[in-house]
Design a protein around this ligand. Sequence first.
Ligand code: G3P
Length: 217
Amino acid sequence: MKFFADTAEIADIRDLADTGLLDGVTTNPSLIHKSGRNFLEVIREIAAIVDGPVSAEVVATHHADMMREAEVLKKLGDNICIKLPLTLDGLKTCKALTAQGIQTNVTLCFSANQALLAAKAGATYISPFVGRLDDMGQDGIELIDDIRTIYDNYDFKTQILVASVRHPIHVLQAAKIGADVATMPPAVIKALANHALTDKGLATFLSDWQKTGQSIL
Ligand code: G3P
């Protein structure tokens, strides 16, 4: 399973990239707003830090304008993945960009039928939002399960990029289903490494080691 960071914060991206565990980055207009940075500048910077795909989202709502925006965004780096909303215009744009060999991430997916359309449009990634479904009393992870079944039934190559991930349990459930990617806030990626018994065990090992009076170096 690949791990993407869902953020436009450069310091967090550098920090995670240094661990060697980061496979890509996703952004959206809200994250750009939160960063306070210039969209084009920050995407160019992220694309230079990370080897994997960096999703940059169009803000136009009509196909022709989306194509024009994609033209600008794709020049920001070789690893730019154009993020498009799951609308008919977004799907049409997805199909056209796919035909040009450009990576696409179809976002704001809340149903399995929407995911089916994105796959038919040739999307590289489909982004179902699990947390936002949970928030309204639906089961976000059940959607991931449905999409996995449908994509496997027809051997669609579109990768399931689980988005709106709020906690490590989402990651565990998505991994058990076989989702291809999880995009997560940096804090969730870091939280995956935490366990109280790891901390407690390490403290004991270190204190016992001190008592030996030895050193490795
Ligand atoms: O990038 C899309 C997605 O991950 C948004 O998450 O927490 O705003 O629902 P959230």
